[in-house]
Structures are given as structure tokens and as C-alpha cells.
Design a protein around this ligand. Sequence first.
Ligand code: NAP
Length: 496
Amino acid sequence: MSALPDPTVTNREHELLASVPDGLFIDGCWRRATGGVTMTVSDPATGEPVKEVANASPEDGLAALDAASEAFPAWAARPARQRAEILRRAFDLLQERKEDFALLLTIEMGKPLPEARNEVDYGAEFLRWFSEEAVRIQGRYGENPEGTGRVIVSQHPVGPCFLITPWNFPLAMATRKIAPALAAGCTVVIKPAELTPLTMLAFAQLLQDAGVPGGVVNVITTSMSGDVSEPIIRDPRLRKLSFTGSTRVGQRLLRQAAHGVLRTSMELGGNAPFVVFDDADLDKAVEGAIAAKFRNTGQACTAANRFIVQRSLADEFAERATDRVSGLRLGRGTEEGVAIGPLINEAAVTKADRLVQDAVARGAFVTTGGRRAGERRGAFYEPTVVKDVQPGSEILHEEIFGPVLAIIPFDDEQDAVRIANDTDYGLVSYVYTENLARGQRMIERLQTGMMGLNTGVVSNAAAPFGGWKRSGLGREGGAEGIHEYLQTKYTLAPRS
Ligand code: NAP
């Protein structure tokens, strides 16, 4: 591991970072990348390097697929109860190591420590949930309509899987894929984002400690994601690609996956509307807005992007939101009371600022924030409220991925539905109304894979997470999640 020059890093952080493996995890062993090449991981709150880790080549990627392919038959043949017990042990270990994982998330990704703890809880829940689902994989046994034969429907693991995860939830996005894959009897190669590999490396160690056999989970960290991924995706041994990230990269990977007619799951971008009707409980709506917008400093696919507020209420909503937002403390996620951490890098700060400036140039007003937090090192942008955003503003059509709450007024329910659905995305929508009939109409009319009705947080391991339109394909979590890693076979047998 490299030296740690940053004085803001405490002894505990030094020890934790030193304990995280820095190699590739292939076939149950830690190894260097080909040629000993490494890459640097930095703390986005300071911009300082914190650790060097292995930087995999395309050959290393294929070695990981070799291991996953060889381990597959034995893992698929393990009784479901044994797979479930290993996942349950992993859940228990993650609970035990919660503080370490939370701190690691904060160091490499920047989120405030309380939010990092929430991510560990959320991520752990997928291990518990799919340890319970593993033993409930069911088929069907029936009779054909002619009465001449039996139809036997059975489920089988799809085979070796390639999992690609983003930097914004380095643990939860990984467990949401690994847990159902292992529960179903699949083996995996996982590639975390270049910016946040440490959590996954520590998690690989945890899975080994929980009893996951060599080759069942393989981790490759790399700065050459395209070059390393494509040969894996094009290899005929691979049977499934599961990706979480941007729609742009998802589209590219779908083209590659078409070659081998791979099963794919795609958890892609969003542009979530947050609709507040004049019959809403305004206190709850403002609190929901803060949760839906500022969690992870706005860097969540589920982050509310457009606050569509009934005109009669828009000024009051903006005033109350401004009050709350101007009180949010910004800083390194390890500091006490911090609610807004850094963005992941400078490019993210530039993007948030560009979107705010464009909205202002088109007639919107900034009521708080609206600029870089220049007095700090690291990638900080002030938590911001922009009101009276005009149609055509870029902020309405791009995923902001930053701490900017943009308010657009609407006149009636039809108008609200039209604005909310005016996007190529359809991941999640939020609606605040105390009118039950209206709430039910919105469930019917919004084009969205998930909906928060009077709540600003929708994620739950027991629910099928996923989007409509360009927000993706497939579902993660819930009873549906394991089926992404299973394939169906039916057998027709004549009645004797
Ligand atoms: P991204 O640029 O698409 O990257 C996501 C992952 O794909 C990273 O591991 C990245 O690796 C890898 N990648 C990039 N180019 C690749 C290529 N050519 N071949 C193979 N892998 C490649 O997205 P991001 O900026 O990290 O994440 C933010 C996006 O993720 C947002 O759009 C957000 O909405 C979406 N997201 C969606 C969900 C959901 O569940 N729907 C959840 C979280 C995030 P490197 O970073 O190392 O290049």
C-alpha cells in the first residue's frame, strides 16, 4: 500500500485502509495484476490518494472468467440450503463489520458516515433476503389440456455471470447482484467502478470468510473498464450480464451482449419527478423532498430530479425547502453533523454548476447555494434550490446527480402527469397528496417502475427495484430478483 500523506486521515482510517486487500480476487486467491500494474484510489473530500490497488488487464479479466466457469458446476450442484447458509453467514459478518464498511464507503465515495451506515444495512439486507429466497426456487407440475401428458417446469441457474457496478453505492449495488446470483447457483465475476474498488475488495474477503468457495466470486478492479469487459462479455462461457450504471454505457453493453444473446439486467439512469399537489401535507412533502434529493449528495439513480409543485403552493414549498437546505452542513463525511458530502469528482461539480447556470439564464432563480464551495479542497457543490425553472432548461432533461433541487410549477393534475412523464426515463416517481383517489390515479398514469406515495425513499430489498423506458431491463430484489439468474426448462412427459 502507498504512503498516506493526508493529515485529515486518522489512525483508525490508516489501519482500516491497510487491512483492505489490494489485489485481484481470482479463484479464491489474491493476486497481482499482469505486470504488477496498479491504480490509485482517492478520497473525493480531499482529492488525496488513499491506496493503490491492482489494475487488471483483459487477460486478468479472462482469468477471472476461467475461475467462475470452473467453479460453476459444483456451486450449482450445492444444495440450496447450503448456499443459503453461506449467504446468511455473510449477512452476519457484514453486521459485525458494519463500522469498518461504513468508514470505507465514506473514505472512497464521500457519503456522510450515517448514510454509509444506512448503505451497509441496505446492502446487508440483500444477503439476508436472498438467503431466504434460495430455498424457495420453485417449479410447476401440471397436466396438458389434452390430458395426454404432464408438463414439468423447472428452474436452473443461468451460469457464470458478469456483474458491473457503479461508484455511487459501492456495497449495495454489489450485494443486490451477488446475493441473488449465488442464491440461484450462479458464479460471478464482478467489476466495481475504478473510483470505488476498496469496498468490493473488503467484501470479497468477507465472502471468503463466510465460506464462499474459491472461484464462486471473483473480483477484478481496473481503470480499463471497456477493454477488460468486452472480451468477457463476448466469451461464450458467459451466460449473463448484469449492469448498473448510466444509460449510455448500458446501451453500449447491450450491443456487445447481443453477440452471444446473453441474458441481461440493466439498472440504468433516471430523471425522477417529485409531484406535490395542493392537498399534500406540506411538512411531510418538504421532508420527503430533502430525503429524495440530498441523500448521497444527490448522487442516486432514485434522486428526485424535477420538483413539480402545484402553482398555488410553489412559493411556499420553495421557501420551506430553502430554509431546510440552507441549514444542511457540508463537509467530509467523517465530520460530525455533515449532511452533504463531496461530489465524486470535479467533473460532477462542473456538471451541476452548468445545469444551474443554464436554468438561471433561462429565467429561474437560485434561492440558496448555486455555486461551488470554493473554500474547501475536494469536489464540493453547495446544496442548492432553484425555483421557477422554465421549460426547455437542461436541468429538466439531464440527470443532475448533484445537490440541486429544481422546482417547476404546474396548474392541474393533467399538467402534472404530462410534465412528469415528459422524459425518456421511467425509474421512480414520487407523489405527495392526501387525496386517496388522486393517489390511485397517479399510480395508474405515471410511467415509472417504482413510485413513492407520500414518501421520499423507495428502496427495499423485498421490493422489485427497476425501471421502465430507458431506465432499464429486469428487476433486482423482491421475489423477482432471483429469476434474473435462473432459466426455465419444461419437460413434457406422456401420461402412462
Ligand atoms: P457509468 O459511467 O455507466 O459506470 C458504471 C459502471 O460501468 C462502472 O463500473 C464503470 O467502470 C463501468 N463502465 C464504464 N464504461 C464501461 C464500458 N465501456 N464497458 C464496461 N464497463 C464500463 O455510470 P456511473 O457514472 O458510474 O454511475 C452513475 C449512473 O448509474 C447514473 O446514470 C445512475 O442513475 C446509474 N445508476 C443506476 C442505478 C439503478 O439501479 N437503476 C443505481 C445506481 C446508479 P469505470 O467507472 O471504472 O469506468
